[in-house]
Design a protein around this ligand. Structure first.
Ligand code: PSU
Ligand code: MN
Length: 305
């Protein structure tokens, strides 16, 4: 039995030519941003990858097939589809086996990327340890995926709705390298910095590529998390965001939102409460991550030649 997996024409050509490829997730399209902005952003992010010398591969499951790269019509269809499943490590295989359609989270996109031989993946923010996890036990499967799947993930840190110190503790326990890009402190998604020191710091895509390749050589399982700060001009300062996040969290608790629904609910409420400003920042940071990911993928390509 083989996995039903299809490459877009663009990705198939890039594989043939040995060009660098950057994986992109699809949950951010279906569950992270509202229609029709989501489709516009997805296309824009793909273009940023292209402008920086790599080929984008947006990953999703459609009608039981794992797609590595979506063409324009498929992107349109996914962006408008209702009731799309949010797939993580636990449910990806079941969705494919039963002919379902689902968007891939960071964890599921990493699995798809590994299967397609793609080393680098750009997203907005990874999942992490939720606030109150000591009661809810809500810890994203993204963290465990980073510990076992050899893909370098470029994100703007963990989303600020999470418990960042606990997220960092879990990543350390799991042996995931967290590399601050160009600064000593970790970014906090919508804000360029936090007061949490970055465990590692690198200042160039070449260094990140070298560390990725060294882990492969050493046969150390797992990937790397690159914490790339949102550009200064696009950030929302932490003191502005703090009360809004508190309100969204309180509403989630009052409405008994749990499990997979937590992250989309919080992102949606923060969007409303900031009058769309959080979305503008989210778009800027994803584009910024796509740029760095394309540079890292190019460095890995040329170093492996
Ligand atoms: N970052 C965003 N928007 C998103 C997500 C991340 O800017 O929608 C998604 C990612 O797919 C991530 C998921 O893997 O949220 C985490 O969900 P959970 O906390 O349920 O593991
Ligand atoms: Mn969760």
């Amino acid at each position: 039995m083989t996995v039903p997996m299809i490459f877009s024409d663009e990705v198939a050509a890039a594989r043939k030519a040995g060009q660098p490829i950057v994986a992109l997730e699809s949950t951010i399209i279906t569950h992270g941003m509202p229609f029709p902005k989501n489709i516009e952003v997805a296309r824009g992010v793909e273009d940023v990858v292209r402008q920086n010398g790599a080929v984008p591969a947006t990953i999703a499951v459609m009608n039981g097939t794992l797609h590595i790269g979506l063409n324009s019509d498929q992107l349109d269809a996914l962006g408008q589809a209702k009731n799309v499943a949010k797939l993580s490590r636990a449910d990806m295989a079941a969705c494919i086996a039963t002919g379902g359609t689902g968007a891939t989270t960071v964890a599921a996109t990493m699995i798809g990327a590994r299967m397609a031989g793609i080393s680098v993946f750009a997203t907005g923010g990874v999942g992490g340890v939720h606030r109150g996890a000591e009661h809810s036990f809500d810890i994203s499967a993204d963290l465990h995926e980073l510990a076992q799947t050899p893909v370098t993930v470029v994100a703007a840190g963990a989303k600020a709705i999470l418990d960042l110190p606990k997220t960092m503790e879990v990543l350390e326990t799991l042996g995931v390298p967290v590399i601050g890009f160009g600064q000593d402190y970790l970014p906090a998604f919508w804000s360029a910095t936090s007061d949490i020191p970055a465990p590692l710091r690198m200042d160039s895509a070449a260094q990140i590529a070298a560390a990725h390749l060294m882990r492969m050589q050493m046969n150390v399982p797992g990937g790397q998390l690159i914490a790339n700060p949102i550009p200064q001009e696009a950030e929302i300062p932490q003191n502005v965001l703090h009360p809004i996040i508190e309100q969204a969290l309180a509403e989630a608790e009052a409405q008994n939102i749990t499990a997979k629904k937590v992250t989309p609910f919080l992102l949606g409420r923060i969007l409303e409460l900031t009058d769309g400003e959080s979305l503008t920042a989210n778009i800027a940071l994803v584009r910024n991550n796509a740029r760095l990911a394309a540079q890292i993928a190019s460095e890995i390509s040329s170093a492996s030649r």
